[in-house]
Design a binder for this molecule. Structure first.
Ligand code: ZN
Ligand code: ZN
Length: 111
């Protein structure tokens, strides 16, 4: 069997440029899909403020666990996000996954 490695999308290339880093949340190497998270939600006046690049799966998790209000009031640093019970469990779980792991079904769980 041959592995196909040639089909890289433009989005993937762009993401790779800023990918010398690890995910500040789970500590794994960043990989596609990854997205930017505003430590202060844009809807709460966070436009133009600090963003962190996270795995999409880590980013999604943050927004499933915390409301924008909670993010604004308390969980506005990576340290605090990591300390939350729900996130600690998640990090423990996701650390064993492949860096590019993203389960599409997670998005569809909410009905
Ligand atoms: Zn991550
Ligand atoms: Zn976010």
């Amino acid at each position: 069997m041959r592995k196909k490695r040639s089909d890289i999308t433009e989005q993937e290339l762009q993401a790779r440029e800023s990918m010398d880093d690890n995910c500040p949340l789970c500590g794994r190497t960043l990989a596609v899909p990854c997205t930017r998270h505003h430590l202060l939600p844009v809807s709460k006046g966070g436009k133009g403020t600090t963003t962190v690049l996270l795995h999409k799966i880590c980013h999604d998790k943050i927004h499933r666990v915390f409301s924008e209000k909670e993010l604004q009031k308390y969980y506005n640093t990576v340290e605090r996000l990591r300390e939350a019970e729900a996130m600690r469990e998640f990090i423990h779980w996701v650390r064993k996954k492949d860096a590019g792991y993203y389960d599409v079904s997670l998005r569809q769980k909410r009905r």
